[in-house]
Ligand binder design. Structure first.
Ligand SMILES: Cc1cc2nc3c(=O)[nH]c(=O)nc-3n(C[C@H](O)[C@H](O)[C@H](O)COP(=O)(O)O)c2cc1C
Length: 205
């Protein structure tokens, strides 16, 4: 049992109030995203992108389409976690590293492509579900990485997806799935909220 991982899970808490005077250097932003990309995705699609909104101008633009939530401008950085609509065409590219590393036989790639095509082709709802799922796993990894660095985080769905797509030039095949604010919490934040009892949320079958 890795107690440090369990302790990190047990400490999960969303930050509401940030110290707006504290910033995060570029290298740390890169490291957060590097760690987030270890999160799993279907077929190893890695169909995500992370936009680190940090300049005062960009933060103000994001806050204007994010229900005017103060944490968007007060956190050191707010990531727009973008999911890419799932398609089979990108598979060879996304698997190229595993083939080059020598453990994935190149002959396997067409099989994965065919499976992804039958799952996603002509099925916009399922393509979008996968975009949201991948981005959510990525956001979760980002949150855990930030927590391990002693930073506070806020996942957010309080935003206008059309406005975010417009302001940050997302492509037609991209969905803004979540915002994740990251920064230094103030002392005034609430403690962790109690959880529903396990008996209410666990079923054995
Ligand atoms: C998908 C999702 C969307 C959320 N959206 C917002 C939001 O827009 N603004 C906000 O202040 N908190 C938001 N939260 C934070 C939740 O309110 C918070 O996680 C919840 O109250 C549980 O608190 P805890 O994370 O401290 O345990 C969101 C959380 C999730 C998972």
């Amino acid at each position: 049992m890795n107690t440090s991982v369990i302790e990190a899970i047990e400490r999960q808490k969303t930050t509401n109030l940030y110290d707006a005077s504290k910033s995060i250097p570029d290298d740390q932003v890169r490291e957060l995203v590097r760690l987030a990309t270890f999160s799993p995705t279907a077929f190893h699609l890695q169909n995500w992108r992370f936009i680190a909104v940090r300049s005062p101008e960009a933060k103000a633009r994001l806050r204007a389409v994010a229900a005017d939530q103060p944490k968007v401008t007060e956190a050191a950085v707010t990531f727009i976690v973008v999911g890419e609509l799932a398609v089979a065409d990108v598979m060879a590219d996304r698997l190229a590293g595993s083939v080059a590393a020598g453990f994935m036989p190149v002959e396997m790639v067409p099989g994965w492509e065919a499976a992804a095509k039958s799952l996603y082709f002509g099925k916009p709802q399922i393509q979008r579900d996968e975009a949201i799922r991948s981005a959510t796993f990525g956001a979760s990894g980002l949150i855990r990485a930030a927590q391990a660095m002693g930073l506070g985080t806020t996942p957010m769905i309080g935003f206008d997806p059309v406005g975010v797509s417009r302001e940050f030039s997302l492509s037609d095949n991209e969905v803004p799935a979540l915002l994740v604010a990251v920064g230094y919490p103030t002392e005034a934040n609430w403690p962790q909220k109690p959880r529903r009892p396990i008996s209410d949320v666990l079923a054995f079958a």
